[in-house]
Design a protein around this ligand. Structure first.
Ligand code: ADP
Length: 301
């Protein structure tokens, strides 16, 4: 199965004509409260696609905990290893203006308790997983505990990029990053980064550090996939994007499902690309993920 160790949030979004200045009140034109958090998003995406998924994380004792867990529950994710801790559930407060520009405040809340201790509490299920997935919305020590426990693949999506020890970065198999994150990871590994590195160079530099496999996502331009089978370009599926929130997380959830089934990274990334595109055609993150019965868009050339 798949174990996702990561964040569980509520996203509180408000649509505004323009962002308020400090001290100012503006009228919103609409809004919503939806379950979010990169960890939960990726877990829901994987479960919708038929993956057997266990979530390791924490929510608070407030009312928003139930909203945060709603899609995870509906999609059949095992929540045995999600702790309820005193204090608030992780919360992202988002304003989106007419141009689609976001301003975001994230309060990590209960996610900040997903430390080495909590990860070790789930050691047995982590050891037994075919794929262990994590991101950067929990404490660094939580992430750093995983390579020592995982016996399956360690799918590491350092978003945001934390200050991690080398071992945690070098154990990533695959490391899944966008261009911005790739540059930060290379910096952490003291790799000499050329001023204007193109995607191929970023992937080659990451592989040269010893990371066994890398997926560099490029939004509507697709992704680059590199492992011992070589480096391949995976095209995006051309779609009319409505809201790309959570497209990257949908991509990663699908990638985990393919890898858990023993697919080659390149093949898993092709399906993941179609899932990421599907997610870009729906509003929000978790509500936009396909289920096994949905028709996925075809890859472009
Ligand atoms: P992130 O949001 O983490 O930076 P990306 O935007 O690169 O991640 O998206 C991850 C993957 O999702 C891409 O590699 C691509 O396959 C797919 N994707 C994202 N945005 C689109 C889009 N507008 N059209 C088609 N596919 C997309």
């Amino acid at each position: 199965g798949i174990v996702v160790v990561g964040s569980i949030n509520v996203d509180l979004s408000a649509h505004v004509l323009r962002h308020p200045l400090p001290g100012e009140t503006v009228h919103g034109t609409g809004g919503h409260m939806l379950p979010g958090g990169k960890g939960a998003n990726q877990a829901v995406a994987a479960a919708r696609l038929g993956g057997s998924v266990t979530m390791v994380g924490a929510v608070g004792t407030d009312a928003s905990a139930d909203i945060a867990l709603s899609c995870l529950r509906e999609s059949g994710v095992d929540l045995t290893h999600v702790a309820r801790v005193d204090g608030p559930t992780g919360l992202a407060v988002v304003t989106v203006d007419q141009q689609g520009e976001n301003s975001i405040v994230v309060i990590s809340g209960a996610n900040s308790t997903v430390d080495a201790h909590r990860v070790n509490d789930a050691a047995e299920v982590i050891r037994g997983a075919a794929v262990v997935v994590c991101q950067g919305e929990i404490p660094a020590e939580g992430v750093e505990t995983l390579p020592g426990l995982a016996t399956g693949r360690f799918l590491h999506n350092p978003a945001p990029v934390l200050d991690l020890d080398r071992e945690a970065l070098l154990a990533s198999d695959p490391l899944v990053v966008n261009e911005h994150e790739a540059a930060l990871v290379l910096e952490q590994l003291d790799s000499r980064l050329p001023a204007a590195a193109d995607p191929e160079e970023l992937v080659a530099l990451l592989r040269a550090t010893g990371i066994p496999s890398v997926v560099l996502t490029l939004g509507a331009k697709g992704s680059l996939v590199s492992d011992d089978d070589g480096t391949h370009k995976v095209p995006a599926a051309p779609v009319h994007a409505v809201d790309t929130t959570g497209a990257g997380d949908g991509f990663i959830g699908a990638l985990a499902v393919g890898l858990a089934r023993g697919e080659r990274l390149c093949d898993a990334a092709c399906t993941a690309s179609r899932v990421g595109a599907f997610a870009a055609t729906g509003i929000g993150a978790q509500p936009s993920y396909p289920s096994v019965t949905d028709n996925l868009p075809q890859l472009g050339g």
